[in-house]
Design a binder for this molecule. Structure first.
Ligand code: GLP
Length: 260
């Protein structure tokens, strides 16, 4: 795993945005795996800026979002559909029919999940998957103890995640218990994975993911087995890592042609 520590969340987000932009320029029909939450917001803002000011063209891009709450209609303000259209899709020229977000209202969730997996395969697979991380190490909504080989399916949220995500609902009691999420195995199939984390609230989860043993108790730790994983974090999220000096040393010596 490449570990890139940046002074601020904005600096880290610029690097992530440049990775996405380079892929979209090199491969106009790229397939992006996308995340919600506060973490990717500065990256989305920068990509919107690149679209508006530099003509970054998303018209051929296909997207697959990681997850959605079960029982929320797409127009619900706390749904991930609403989040994505408000913060990203509504501000770029992505084609509506190329956008995929799990359906929280599906009447047959297992069949929907199978189709979601098939749709990813039919596009040729995800080129770049962007991830945040939960304070318990979850990726997508794959909570601790999730199978590290799991595919898209229904999951039940932990009490911690329901508390963490309460803000969008105004009240923790209103957060749904169930979600549909890409599996850990689905995420691992992406050709490149970028995981972002900001602030000391994420420090423990990041330390476990990067330096801990690979364990379903920290689902993000499976990224240690991914051939092309990039972890881009700010100083706060790096505070519990043991080998920060080494990671900085490596990044400072990165050949210019590899830098973004
Ligand atoms: C939710 C999402 C995750 C996200 C996590 C962290 O649980 N399902 O994909 O990584 O929240 O959220 P935030 O970035 O707001 O800290």
């Amino acid at each position: 795993m490449e570990i890139i520590i940046q002074p601020t969340a904005d600096d880290a987000s610029m690097i992530a945005a440049r990775h996405v932009a380079r892929l979209v320029r090199d491969k106009p029909h790229a397939v992006l795996g996308l995340a919600t939450g506060s973490t990717p917001l500065p990256m989305y803002r920068e990509l919107v800026r690149m679209h508006k000011e530099q003509g970054l063209d998303f018209s051929g891009v296909t997207t697959f979002n990681l997850d959605e709450y079960v029982g929320l209609p797409p127009e619900h303000p706390a749904s991930y559909h609403a989040f994505m259209w408000e913060n990203f899709f509504g501000q770029i020229n992505v084609q509506r029919e190329r956008v995929h977000i799990p359906d929280g209202l599906s009447s047959h969730i297992p069949a929907f999940c199978r189709k979601y997996e098939e749709a990813i395969v039919a596009t040729g697979g995800i080129d770049l998957q962007v991830l945040g991380i939960g304070s318990d190490g979850h990726i997508g909504f794959n909570e601790p103890s999730s199978s590290l080989a799991s595919r898209t399916r229904i999951k039940t949220l932990t009490a911690e995640t329901r508390r963490d995500n309460a803000q969008a609902f105004g009240d923790a009691d209103k957060v749904p218990f169930h979600v549909v999420t890409m599996g850990v195995g689905t995420i691992m199939d992406a050709r490149h994975v970028i995981i972002l984390a900001f602030g000391d609230k994420k420090a423990e989860a990041i330390a476990g993911a990067v330096e801990g043993p690979i364990t379903a108790m920290n689902p993000a730790s499976i990224l240690q087995m991914h051939p092309v994983a990039t972890c881009i974090i700010d100083e706060g999220a790096a505070t519990k890592l043991a080998r920060t000096e080494y990671y900085r040393w490596v990044y400072d010596r990165k050949p210019d042609w590899q830098k973004l």
